[in-house]
Design a protein around this ligand. Structure first.
Ligand SMILES: Nc1ncnc2c1ncn2[C@@H]1O[C@H](COP(=O)(O)OS(=O)(=O)O)[C@@H](OP(=O)(O)O)[C@H]1O
Length: 383
């Protein structure tokens, strides 16, 4: 071997040594960052557990202060956008109480309101706890002065509005109504056997009415009164008109601002309920004890369910335990009347969905302008 070759080899060894050393440093650094992250996360879990203990302790010590109180938070809609999910998930919080059946329909009645009756409909709460109900039709339903009536009845109330892509919402509403109400089903079956027939029969009427109404209006919200009248005369029309959020939003925004009205994207809630639930705890003003990690997909239905994440879960964090029976048993999911359409089990025809996308598009755009935020909902192909 020549001397020059040996020199070259030595230089390469040096280089190799430097490379190995740098890689080692990087691995150690990554391990350190990961440990820091895990420690931070463990601290977060411990802080959460301490908060839960403190709240439970307070609840136990204040049993004698339990009373029926007016709700501090009301879910005002929108139907079929995840209203049950929001309340059911928040109900895992020890400071949240919801009435049986969740929906009171209290503000849908006409005439004088009996707040004592409303109070009695609410679950028992102590001073710190938050009674919460939802009635999804409030957002767009007669008697039409719901914002005023709610505000004057409970001046400090906070509202949660969950809205979603109106096209799949309309299909979900149709499937839901057909499954639930015999009267509606009979009415529907008599004339429209399928969603496609329903849309073909009703969309042109709605489109032509809106065209007339809009010709003399300044803003989509001017349509609200017309929709209210229309829904009294023809309740099935609401299946399509309920997705026109721009007709109603301004009425609520006049009386409620971002500290009292939280607008949630229902499509985001479907995909990542945990981060929405974290935001909602801040909005309501309760300690954040429900964490993003507590929401996991059911291995079969693929819908998110609640399961409190614990320190023991770190041990199995990388193992595939989704199909373990034990894991599934721990999941607290929504009732099986939820999740009929969004996982694709029942589908509407693409052509019909496209008609709806085109119909809703301008209303969605106006709604986004009104709330100052864009949601990524489906758009018509030919814009
Ligand atoms: N985690 C989870 N599990 C199951 N279902 C979920 C969930 N998150 C959102 N959703 C969707 O919520 C839809 C029902 O919405 P609502 O609860 O507002 O319906 S209702 O107005 O109270 O009838 C329901 O619509 P359908 O799929 O058409 O049944 C669901 O898709």
């Amino acid at each position: 071997m020549s001397h020059a070759f040996l020199l070259k080899l030595r230089r390469y060894y040096k280089l190799l040594f430097v490379i190995v050393f740098v890689i080692l440093l990087l691995v150690i650094r990554m391990w350190y960052v990961q440990q820091q992250f895990l420690q931070g996360f463990k601290n977060r879990l411990r802080a959460r557990d301490n908060m839960i203990e403190e709240i439970k302790d307070y609840n136990d010590k204040n049993v004698q202060n339990l009373q029926h109180r007016l709700p501090k938070v009301i879910g005002i809609g929108v139907k079929k956008c995840g209203t049950d999910g929001v309340l059911s998930f928040l109900n895992h919080h020890p400071l949240v109480r919801i009435p049986d059946g969740m929906e009171s329909f209290f503000f849908t009645q006409t005439g004088e309101l009996d707040l004592g009756k409303y109070r009695r409909m609410m679950p028992l709460t102590n001073e710190r706890q938050v009674a919460m109900e939802k009635t999804p039709i409030y957002f767009a339903f007669p008697p039409g002065n719901n914002p005023e009536r709610i505000k004057s009845s409970i001046p400090g109330v906070k509202l949660i509005l969950i809205v979603c892509d109106p096209t799949p919402r309309a299909f979900s509403d149709y499937v839901h109504e057909r499954a639930r109400y015999k009267l509606f089903r009979d009415q529907m079956v008599a004339k429209y056997n399928t969603f496609e027939q329903f849309v073909d029969g009703n969309l042109p009427i709605l489109q032509s009415n809106i065209k007339d109404w809009l010709s003399s209006s300044q803003h989509h919200s001017d349509l609200r009164e017309k929709f209210l009248q229309m829904s009294i005369n023809d309740s099935k029309a609401t299946l399509l008109s309920n997705g026109i959020y721009s007709a109603h939003i301004q009425q609520w925004q006049r009386l409620f601002n971002e500290t009292t009205l939280k607008i949630v994207d229902g499509n985001k809630f479907m995909d990542d309920p945990g981060s929405i639930i974290e935001e909602l705890q801040d909005f309501i003003g309760i300690p954040k004890v429900l964490l993003r990690e507590d929401f996991v997909r059911h291995p079969i239905t693929k819908y998110f369910c609640y399961r409190k994440f614990t320190e023991q879960d770190f041990a199995s964090i990388n193992t595939e335990h989704n199909h373990e029976e034990e894991f599934v048993k721990q999941l607290k999911c929504l009732t099986n009347t939820k999740g009929r359409t969004r996982n694709g089990k029942q589908k509407a025809k693409e052509e019909t969905l496209e008609k709806l996308r085109a119909f809703y598009y301008p209303f969605n755009q106006q709604f986004f302008k009104d709330i100052g935020e864009n949601f990524s909902w489906s758009q018509p192909k030919n814009l």
